[in-house]
Design a protein around this ligand. Structure first.
Ligand SMILES: Cc1cc2nc3c(=O)[nH]c(=O)nc-3n(C[C@H](O)[C@H](O)[C@H](O)COP(=O)(O)OP(=O)(O)OC[C@H]3O[C@@H](n4cnc5c(N)ncnc54)[C@H](O)[C@@H]3O)c2cc1C
Length: 396
């Protein structure tokens, strides 16, 4: 009996679910390629800065999660030849009969002329590096964290850093955004509450403002401010993981690949795309990047690939939007179940419960459930929490 070669690119929420759905295929040789070799709890990365969750609770080695019939390859995928059915990585080339692309997203390129160091909290290394830099520099001269981008991530990073270093004289925090206001999906009341929270936390919000230049540790803003001894964090948008294909495919402006309803690449029924790398839609609108959509699209992509290899018809992916929560350390703002407003600690609890449920399963999920239950406990300040990245912090 022929053994199918299956390759899954990316061991995040979508890739792992695809792998789990494909597990039952007996006649398959399955490989999961990931550049880090770990599954990262991305939504909780800002907690590396707050001290609520130590970084070693935010990842798990992929081989532990993979199960028996899935080989994990630690490598970076550079390109895919759809014509030859091969995946080319930095260290090798792999042939496939069926492929799932689930490489997630990366921060949009930082535009010139940003000459100073740029931080980003999109990976365990990135979050760990920022934390290490804050720890190394805080307490000497007053330090100033400047976050470009007042979306979910930028605000979460600012709130977490404030919790990590509560003294605004030791760490000033400014969040800058070119938009006139923050978070358009919130109601006016929720937006006011978030603004009040930022003010109470001594986080300065500069809307209609851009970062003009960074040089060394100096950040210049379009409102004329020049900020010295700064730490610059880029949080101004994401784009799909840059994996080259040898054929022109339709993409959204942020690089997400347009698929058929069952998540296949048009003209290539053996290739499925899931998670942040796919332009997942509902009612013809591209959905926001979210764990929920990544999780279920990965599962559907895996099932459809298994079906394709067994001559079964693939089924469309029908996303269900459960809502979202913006966690802000001791409070939150969000909407669930199609419009129900949620906030405060209830929203926070839901955030951590969903983090736990969606990823690691079993005992690891317990870490997040406990974080959800222990919200009254003050997170450990930065200087006393575990070191960033832990033993695995230098993986690349
Ligand atoms: C700071 C932050 C906070 C967030 N908070 C929330 C939240 O509260 N709620 C929510 O719903 N969503 C949140 N999101 C979005 C959510 O994390 C993503 O939508 C989700 O992680 C997407 O899952 P994925 O499997 O598509 O990609 P990922 O989880 O990013 O996994 C992609 C995997 O692919 C690997 N990879 C990438 N490129 C390559 C390559 N070239 N070669 C090999 N491997 C590669 C990566 O190493 C990674 O393991 C947040 C995102 C960020 C950055």
């Amino acid at each position: 009996m022929k053994k199918f070669k299956i390759v899954i690119v990316g061991g995040g929420f979508a890739g792992l679910q695809a792998a789990r759905s494909l597990r039952r295929l007996r006649n398959a040789d399955m490989s999961l390629i990931d550049r880090t070799g770990i599954a990262t709890m991305v939504p909780a990365l800002p907690d590396t800065l707050s001290g609520r969750l130590p970084s070693e609770k935010l990842f798990r080695p992929l081989p532990e999660l993979a199960g028996r019939n899935l080989g994990v390859i630690l490598d970076t995928v550079e390109s895919v030849s759809l014509a030859h059915r091969t995946v080319t990585c930095t260290d090798g080339t792999y042939a496939y009969d069926g492929l799932v692309l689930a490489g997630g997203s990366v921060p949009v390129a930082v535009p010139p002329p940003f000459e100073g160091p740029v931080h980003s909290v999109d990976s365990l290394e990135g979050a760990g590096a920022l934390r290490a830099e804050i720890e190394a520099r805080v307490g000497r001269d007053p330090l100033h964290l400047v976050v470009a981008g007042a979306g979910y991530t930028g605000l979460e990073v600012a709130a977490a850093a404030r919790r990590g270093v509560p003294d605004p004289k030791a760490l000033a925090i400014t969040v800058v955004d070119t938009a006139q206001d923050i978070l358009p999906m919130l109601t006016d009341r929720q937006r006011s509450a978030v603004r009040a929270y930022l003010e109470k936390s001594s986080i300065t919000l500069c809307t209609s403002t851009s970062v003009r230049r960074t040089t060394g540790n100096v950040v210049e803003l379009s409102n004329g401010a020049t900020i010295g001894n700064a730490l610059f964090v880029w949080s101004a948008g994401m784009r799909a993981a840059p994996i080259e294909l040898d054929e022109q495919v339709e993409r959204t402006p942020d690089g997400r690949i347009v698929t058929t309803d069952p998540l296949a690449l048009p003209g290539h029924p053996e290739v499925f795309v899931a998670g942040d790398q796919a332009a997942l839609t509902r009612d013809d609108r591209v959905l926001r990047r979210a764990v929920n959509f990544a999780f279920y699209s990965g599962r559907r992509a895996g099932k459809n690939l298994a079906g394709h290899l067994c001559d079964r018809r693939p089924k469309p992916f029908v996303p269900v939007d459960l809502g979202w929560v913006l966690p802000l350390i001791e409070t939150s703002a969000g909407r669930i179940f199609g419009g129900l407003r949620i906030g405060g600690r209830l929203g926070l609890r839901l955030h951590y419960l969903m983090c736990g449920f969606r990823h690691f399963g079993g005992r690891r999920a317990g870490t997040f459930y406990r974080a959800a239950l222990n919200l009254r406990r003050t997170p450990a300040p930065l200087s006393s929490a575990a070191p960033p990245g832990g033993r695995h912090g230098n993986r690349s």
